[in-house]
Design a protein around this ligand. Structure first.
Ligand SMILES: Nc1ncnc2c1ncn2[C@@H]1O[C@H](COP(=O)(O)OP(=O)(O)O)[C@@H](O)[C@H]1O
Ligand SMILES: [Mg+2]
Length: 250
């Protein structure tokens, strides 16, 4: 084991330069003040993230994803994580609504990109490009690449989700540096893309299909994650029963 985070455990991979992400059912919100478990979440997020990362790879967005190993584990390339959480917003919800007094559900005039410094002790403070470059978390060139990739991911995922009756309200991405044998460095998409870090609303009813159901005690959190997987067409063959298991089984 290399690291235990809030939602995943990271293990050394079978080959150098690889790691294994193990998806837990643990859920946290408001920087760890609220804790709980969402039964089957790890299994679903493993599948959902596999699906979305594969689709993005096919579209030419470089990602860390190699392959899913089993119900709860996936093999990914080890990268040097850039300590910035990139948030892309299409519709006002959560903190942007609070900070600026914009009613939740209001379409934003254009997609808005925000950065947060990834540091639990400091509560992931919002930062500007100035902070990121001045403190050396990323260079201007790296940040340009990160924004360009984030907007491509946003365009692609917005369309993908709309096609299955879901609005991509906002989401968080993490990026890392991947070094190639010839010494070249490439910025790649890392971590996960799942209902844990996306706001996903039913396109017709605006019903929430994401972690806000946990944050706001709305109930049926598992059902919402399952619905996203079902609409993506990736629920395990045997149906929801399969995702209840907590073991790592093939
Ligand atoms: N390809 C990768 N290489 C190295 N670290 C990664 C990679 N992808 C994700 N990570 C890191 O692994 C951790 C994933 O576990 P998670 O439970 O999400 O942690 P956290 O509580 O820090 O959010 C995160 O800190 C994330 O930045
Ligand atoms: Mg995380």
């Amino acid at each position: 084991m290399i690291y235990e985070g809030k939602a995943k455990v990271i293990f050394e991979g079978p080959e150098p330069g690889t790691i294994v992400q193990y998806f837990k059912d643990d859920a946290t919100a408001f920087n760890n003040q609220k804790k709980g478990t969402i039964t089957g979440k790890g299994v679903l997020n493993n599948r959902i993230s596999e699906y979305l990362m594969n689709r993005l790879n096919q579209m030419g967005v470089p990602t860390h994803f190699i392959r899913r190993l089993n119900m709860r584990e996936q093999l990914v390339r080890e990268v040097e994580i850039i300590p910035i959480e990139v948030v892309i917003r299409n519709i006002a919800a959560g903190s942007i609504s609070k900070r600026f007094g914009i009613e939740e559900g209001t379409a934003l005039p254009r997609s808005i990109v925000e950065y947060y410094f990834k540091n639990d002790q400091l509560n992931d403070p919002m930062v500007s490009e100035e902070h990121i470059t001045a403190f050396g978390w990323a260079t201007i060139q790296e940040l340009d690449e990160i924004v360009a990739l984030s907007l491509r991911v946003n365009d692609y995922l917005s369309g993908l989700f709309l096609g299955i009756g879901i609005k991509l309200v906002d989401f968080k991405l993490e990026f890392g540096r991947l070094w190639h044998e010839n010494g070249d460095m490439q910025i790649v998409l890392a971590d996960e893309i799942s209902p844990d870090n996306c706001r996903l609303w039913d396109a017709k009813t605006n019903e929430k299909l994401d972690k806000d159901r946990f944050r706001r005690d709305m109930g049926n959190v598992e059902g919402a994650y399952q619905e996203v997987a079902r609409r993506l067409g990736i629920l395990p063959e045997s149906g929801p029963a399969d995702v209840q298991g907590t073991d790592t089984v093939q």
